[in-house]
Structures are given as structure tokens and as C-alpha cells.
Design a binder for this molecule. Structure first.
Ligand code: ATP
Ligand code: MG
Length: 746
């Protein structure tokens, strides 16, 4: 029964829910429908309004005339700036694309050259080439008979060894008539110079085809092997623009092969006598020149550094493990050189100009010899333009001029490299190209400098030539010369260059190592006698060229590390006497917290003050005297002597001035801002500033002046001498800013 009631209750509930629920659901749906309809109506109305907006009257063309001139100018300027920027980005992107293309094409070309040479060798080893070569044998024999000569070098060899080797080597047996004809002429020549008859005839299938005749060191070569060598050189030296496609590369190679003529090459050959520690002794190569490049059989190269009566010494550039006594050496016929050009900027390279930064191969069209004569006196002009380092202590007291050589000297860890990095940073926006040559530094230190320069956007105009401590002595030896060649490229094009050799003490040590290995007599401190000449000829290349020669300049900042402040050691005295002044960094000052630790007494610039701005000269003239006076008094009073009020005043202001010369790293200051602070301090405006707060005070003063007296700062920027009235105005303004700062602090 209960069950029946439950069913009836349930049915009643269902009926109620059906009646009321249907009503509620219908209401909800009708609300929604209403809202959607409203939305659609609104949208339709808005669309109608928008359409009617199009009917607004057009802005008349004369409207722009009503705008103020300044708005139009500003708009035009913004537009042209945007266009310039877009153009710059377009160019940069294009450069990147070109260099990527070149890189990939160069790889492809290397493989193509291998394949082409292999194919050419196989082809020329067979018919009909062999018969063609055989048909020319008579003609070549005539040419050899005509050109054959015994050089003075050969005669010297003959006198020493009593014999001169004459050899005829062919790929396959030669007709007897040719062998005899060449032999007769050679023996007649030998007789003329008093040599024994020594004529050998050999066969060597490796020559593939043709023959080669050798008298003493000179080789007259008609072989296929030599042709293939020449073909490879030619293909490797073909310029790549980056626009070639695969067909163009193949066409280039095919053209080179088809234009290959079967002619004679004449060169001098030598032989390795011994090789050790990157040094190689050779004989032969009678007419070789100092500094010339030689090529070993395995493709490695070296540079001649020593020519003795019966042997020639050279340094080997790369890996010398595969070179052994008996290896053939060939003259390349040019002095050692490095690639130069715009493409070197922003890169870290080794002393042969090869990329070390993983940024891909560097493609340049020009090379310069690493050793070259310095500009002569008539080609130079007087040093007259300043090269601002951005460091107060240097620009005010030991100013550097463009084209000058200024030595940076000090013990280890006294901030030598920091000064250089700041100077490079300060060249930003001046159009000066910077070359940083790192010799014997740690790899990590060089990479840190690179990162720092990149961080401040200075790598764009800088090349780092890196011969780290881990590199061979030969690399360390040639690094500064390679850097100088890269700098000269820009100097002779009329640009300004700053070159830094960090450091020449390690360069001297590398040269000493090479010299001792070459068996040269050692002199003072075991350095060879020509170490002075080595650094003199390097630094002599820094110059300010005359306007007729383009007016470019190269300023050199060599670095020398001293031992316990001893500037009278051999290498420091040498370089001090070569350069036009030195910035001496004192480790005592450094440890006292005076950074940069420039010792004002021992530092000097012999030409730079001629290049200082008139303003800087005016404001810093008293500074040097005052500091000298301070140093003298400070020396006396450090024993705790009782001093009178006047002396105390001098000491106080001296201390303040020294504090004003302190400067943080990576914060180079413009010249006129330096002048302002020095002016303020030497006028006694910082009399009650604590020496410890001087650095903060100087930057605050500069900021305050820029805010309150911008017109006075503009006057300073002109760099001219201040008239007494201008001095007074500046003094009052600086005093005003100073007292305002004091009030704020209080
Ligand atoms: P090395 O003999 O090893 O080549 P160096 O003489 O080139 O040394 P730096 O490497 O330039 O000296 O500097 C040595 C240390 O001095 C650095 O660690 C740097 O932090 C500090 N230093 C240099 N100049 C300043 C400066 N102006 N302000 C603060 N610290 C500095
Ligand atoms: Mg250093």
C-alpha cells in the first residue's frame, strides 16, 4: 500500500515540475533571444553609422599649411631617421646573408677543387695528353738550354761543398738526344765556374708526365704535377662574391682547367736539415729574402728569420709534427702578409688573420706585408689632434695625441689593461678604428675583454689579434706586426687608428726564445742584440700622416710590465726611449685605492699637450704644479711631523685633487666634463668635500650643471680658452651647484 502512495506522490511531483519548469525554461530562452536580437540591431546601426562616416568632408590640401613649421620639420626628420635606420638594417642583413653565402660556397668550392684536381690528374695521366706532352719535349729542352744559369748562391754553395748537383728527372724515359743536349750545356756551365761534372738523370712516376731540371737550388719544371699544383693555387685564390651558384662555381673550375697552359715554372727549392720547437733549419733556397714565406711539402708554411752562409732558419706557422729532415721546401715568392680590410673589424683573429671567434671565415680582397717601412719624415705631419682616453688623470696630465706612441708601464695587476679597455670604449662614435693585440695573455682574459667591448658596443670598430700564452713563440712574435699591418690599411686610407700592444714584455720574451733557438748570440738579460731594433721598427710605424697623404693616423699604446717597479730594466728602458712618453702605474698607489694608479711624477707625454684642447690646457696647467707640491710635502709629513696651517691646507687640497682623479672602470668621460671637474676642484670649490666622496661629488656636479646651466656646458664643449669673465661665470655657477648639493645633503 505504502508503495502505491509513494508512486502517486511521485507522479504529482512530476506534474507540478512539468507545468512550472516549462514556464521558467521558456522565459530563460526568450530573454536570451531578446538579448541576441538587441545585439544584432546595435551592430546593424553601428555599421550604418560607419558607412555614413565615409561621407565626412575630405581634409583640404591646404590644411598642412596651417600646421606650425616645427611640427612639419619634426615629422620630416623622424621620417628620414626611420628611413636611414631601415637602410642600415637592410645593409646589415645583406652583409650577413652575403657572408653566410660565402662561407657555404667556400666549403663547397674546397670540395669541388679536390674533385677537379683529382679528375684532372687522372685525365692527364692517360692518352692523348701523354703523347701531346711527348711531342713538346724538344721545345722544352730548348727552353731549358736557353734559360739555364748558375746563380751567385749556387756558386757560393759550390765553393763550400766542392760540388753542385744538376739533376734531370722525368716521369718516363726521355729520348737520349734530349738528355745529352741538356747535359752538355749544364756540364759546360759547370766547367766555366770550376765545378766537377755532376749530372744525374732519374725517373719519378710521381711527376705524372713531363720532366724537371734542377741546377743547384733552381728548378725548371715542366711536369704535370707542377701544373696541378698551379691549378689548385689558382682555384683557391679566385675571389668569391657570395652571389655564385653551383653552376658558376663549376664554370669557374672548368674555365681554369681549360685555360691551363702547359708551360714552365721556375722556382727555388730547399731541403729541411733539422726541425725542433717550431724552428726549422734548411739548406738550398739560395736567393731567399728575410721575412719571405716558404712552403713545406705537406702544405704547412713558415717565415724565414735567419740567413746564414750555409743554412737558413725559419719559424713554422702551424703544426710541425709532419715536417722532418729531408722534407722539400719551396719558395712562395712573397713576404709574409696578413689579410686586411673592413671585414676584420668586430673579429678575433690569430696573427695570420684567421678567425678565432667561431664567426666563420673572413673574406677580404687585400693583404699587407706584416713588416713594412714606416712612413718617412716628409710623409708625416706634427701631432696636433688629441686622442681622448676618457680618463681624467691621463687626459689632463699626460694627454695623448693622434699619431703618438705612449707607453703604459707598471707592475703586474696595476690596471694597465683596464686603461686600454677604457680608451677603446671612449673611441665610440669618433670614427677611430681600434686594434687590440694580445700577446702572451690568458685566453680567458682576452675573451673577457672581447665580451666587455661587445657589451659596450665597441667591438664594431675593433679587431682583436690574439696570440695567447698557449700559442707558439713564433705566433707571439709576429702578432704585433700583423696588428700594425691591419691598422696601416686604415691609416693609409685617411682614417684614425688606435693600436694597443698588450704587452711587449711578453713579445720580447717570445723573441728571445726564438733567437736563442736560432743560436743567435745573447746580450743583456739574454735578449738578442736586435731587440731594440725590433720594437723601434714596430713602434715607428705609428704616425700622423700629412694631409697630402690622406691625413690618417695610427696611435700606438704599447704596454710593458715591470718587476717590482724597476723601470730601469733592459726592456722597459728600451721602450721608454722609443716612445714619446709613458704613463707609469704605481702598485703602491693602486694598493692605496688610487685607481687608475697613474704616478703623476713619473708619467710624461712629450707631444700630447700640443694636442690638448685649449680649455683642458688652461684648467689643468695648475693641477700639475699643485700635485707636485703636494707630493713633496706629503713625503715629509708622512713621518708624523707637526705641520703649520698653510701646509695642512696644501695637503688637504692635494688629497682632494688626487681623489678627483679617481675613476671607475668602463666609465670614460668626455673631455669637457673632465675639464669642469678639474676646474671646480682647482678653484677650491670642493674645499669641504670629504676626499672619499669626491667621485660621487664630481658626477653630481656634472649632472647638476647640465640641469641648471646647459648653456655653460655648451661653452665648455667648444673646448676653447675661457676668458676671465667666462671663468668667473663658470666659477659662480659651479659654486651655486656645489652649495645646492651641500644643502640637499644637510
Ligand atoms: P696584468 O699584469 O695581469 O695584465 P693589468 O696591469 O693589466 O694586469 P688589469 O687587469 O687592468 O691590470 O687590472 C687589475 C685589477 O685591477 C682588475 O681586477 C680590476 O678590477 C682592477 N682595476 C683596474 N682599474 C681599476 C679602476 N679604475 N677601478 C677599480 N678597479 C680597477
Ligand atoms: Mg693586463
Amino acid at each position: 500500500m505504502e508503495f502505491l502512495y509513494a508512486i502517486i506522490n511521485f507522479l504529482i511531483l512530476c506534474a507540478i515540475l512539468f507545468v512550472f519548469g516549462r514556464k521558467a525554461a521558456a522565459k530563460i530562452f526568450s530573454d536570451r533571444l531578446e538579448r541576441v536580437k538587441r545585439g544584432l540591431d546595435e551592430a546593424e546601426r553601428a555599421e550604418g553609422e560607419a558607412e555614413s562616416d565615409a561621407d565626412l568632408p575630405k581634409i583640404p590640401a591646404s590644411f598642412s599649411d596651417a600646421l606650425p613649421e616645427s611640427v612639419l620639420c619634426e615629422t620630416a626628420a623622424i621620417r628620414s631617421r626611420a628611413e636611414e635606420e631601415a637602410e642600415r638594417i637592410r645593409n646589415r642583413t645583406e652583409d650577413t646573408v652575403t657572408s653566410l653565402r660565402r662561407e657555404m660556397l667556400a666549403d663547397a668550392r674546397d670540395r669541388l677543387i679536390d674533385a677537379v684536381c683529382e679528375k684532372a690528374a687522372a685525365m692527364m695521366a692517360g692518352e692523348p695528353y701523354r703523347s701531346a706532352i711527348r711531342a713538346k719535349e724538344e721545345q722544352f729542352a730548348d727552353e731549358i738550354v736557353r734559360r739555364m744559369e748558375i746563380t751567385p748562391g749556387d756558386i757560393a754553395y759550390l765553393k763550400r761543398h766542392d760540388v753542385l748537383y744538376v739533376t734531370l728527372t722525368s716521369a718516363e724515359p726521355l729520348p737520349q738526344s734530349i738528355v745529352d743536349r741538356i747535359g752538355e750545356r749544364a756540364l759546360a756551365m759547370l766547367e766555366e765556374v770550376g765545378g766537377k761534372p755532376s749530372y744525374w738523370v732519374r725517373e719519378d712516376p710521381e711527376l705524372i708526365g713531363g720532366f724537371r731540371f734542377r741546377v743547384g737550388d733552381t728548378v725548371y719544371d715542366f711536369t704535370i704535377k707542377d701544373r696541378l699544383y698551379q691549378l689548385r693555387r689558382e682555384l683557391e685564390n679566385m675571389p668569391l662574391t657570395g652571389r655564385e651558384d653551383a653552376e658558376a662555381l663549376v664554370r669557374q673550375a672548368a674555365e681554369a682547367v681549360s685555360s691551363m697552359t702547359y708551360g714552365m715554372s721556375e722556382f727555388q727549392l730547399g731541403r729541411v736539415l733539422s726541425v725542433f720547437d717550431g724552428i726549422c733549419w734548411m739548406d738550398g733556397l739560395a736567393d731567399i729574402m728575410y721575412g719571405e714565406v716558404v712552403e713545406f711539402e705537406n702544405g704547412e708554411r713558415g717565415m724565414v728569420l735567419d740567413i746564414e752562409a750555409d743554412r737558413i732558419g725559419c719559424i713554422i706557422y702551424g703544426n710541425y709534427a709532419k715536417i722532418e729532415s729531408g722534407t722539400r721546401v719551396r719558395r712562395v715568392g712573397r713576404i709574409a702578409s696578413v689579410p686586411v680590410g673592413e671585414a676584420m673589424l668586430g673579429r678575433v683573429v690569430d696573427p695570420l688573420g684567421r678567425a678565432l671567434d667561431g664567426g666563420g671565415r673572413i673574406f677580404t680582397d687585400e693583404r699587407r706585408p706584416i713588416e713594412c717601412a714606416a712612413p718617412s719624415i716628409p710623409d708625416r705631419a706634427a701631432v696636433s689632434r688629441p686622442l681622448h682616453t676618457g680618463i681624467r688623470a691621463i687626459d689632463a696630465l699626460v694627454p695623448i695625441g693622434r699619431g703618438q706612441r705612449e707607453l703604459i708601464i707598471g707592475d703586474r695587476q696595476t690596471g694597465k689593461t683596464s686603461i686600454i679597455v677604457d680608451t677603446i670604449l671612449n673611441q665610440k662614435g669618433t670614427g677611430t678604428i681600434c686594434i687590440y693585440v694580445a700577446i702572451g695573455q690568458k685566453d680567458s682574459a682576452v675573451m673577457e675583454i672581447r665580451d666587455r667591448l661587445r657589451q659596450y658596443g665597441a667591438m664594431e670598430y675593433t679587431t682583436i689579434v690574439c696570440a695567447p700564452a698557449s700559442a707558439s713563440a713564433s705566433f707571439q712574435y709576429i702578432a704585433p706586426f700583423a696588428g700594425a699591418a691591419m691598422g696601416e690599411y686604415f691609416m693609409y686610407r685617411g682614417q684614425d687608428v688606435l693600436i694597443v700592444y698588450d704587452d711587449l714584455s711578453k713579445h720580447a720574451v717570445a723573441y728571445r726564445e726564438i733567437s736563442l733557438l736560432l743560436g743567435r748570440p745573447s746580450g743583456r738579460e739574454a735578449y738578442p742584440g736586435d731587440i731594440f731594433y725590433l720594437h723601434a721598427r714596430l713602434l715607428e710605424r705609428a704616425a700622423q700622416l700629412s694631409p697630402e697623404n690622406g691625413g690618417g693616423s695610427m696611435t700606438a699604446l704599447p704596454v710593458i710590465e715591470t718587476q717590482a717597479g724597476d723601470i730601469s730594466a733592459y726592456i722597459p728602458t728600451n721602450v721608454i726611449s722609443i716612445t714619446d712618453g709613458q704613463i707609469f702605474l704605481d702598485s703602491d698607489l693602486f694598493n692605496e685605492g688610487q685607481r687608475p694608479a697613474v704616478n703623476v711624477g713619473l708619467s710624461v707625454s712629450r707631444v700630447g699637450s700640443a694636442a690638448q684642447t685649449k680649455l683642458m690646457k688652461q684648467v689643468s696647467s695648475r693641477l700639475r704644479m699643485d700635485l707636485a707640491q703636494y707630493r713633496e710635502l706629503a713625503g715629509f709629513t708622512q713621518f708624523g711631523a707637526d705641520v703649520d696651517a698653510a701646509t695642512r691646507r696644501v695637503l688637504e687640497s692635494g688629497r682632494r685633487m688626487m681623489a678627483a682623479l679617481k675613476q671607475k672602470r668602463y666609465a670614460p668621460l668626455p673631455d669637457w666634463l673632465q675639464a669642469l671637474v678639474i676646474f671646480a676642484v682647482s678653484e677650491g670649490l670642493a674645499a669641504d668635500v670629504d676626499p672619499g666622496d669626491m667621485e660621487a661629488w664630481s658626477s653630481l656636479l656634472a649632472a647638476r650643471m647640465a640641469e641648471k646651466y646647459p648653456e655653460l656646458l655648451n661653452l665648455l664643449k667648444l673646448g676653447g680658452k675661457l676668458s676671465p669673465e667666462e671663468r668667473e661665470v663658470l666659477k659662480r655657477a659651479a659654486a651655486d651647484c656645489g652649495s645646492a648639493m651641500k644643502d640637499e645633503a644637510a
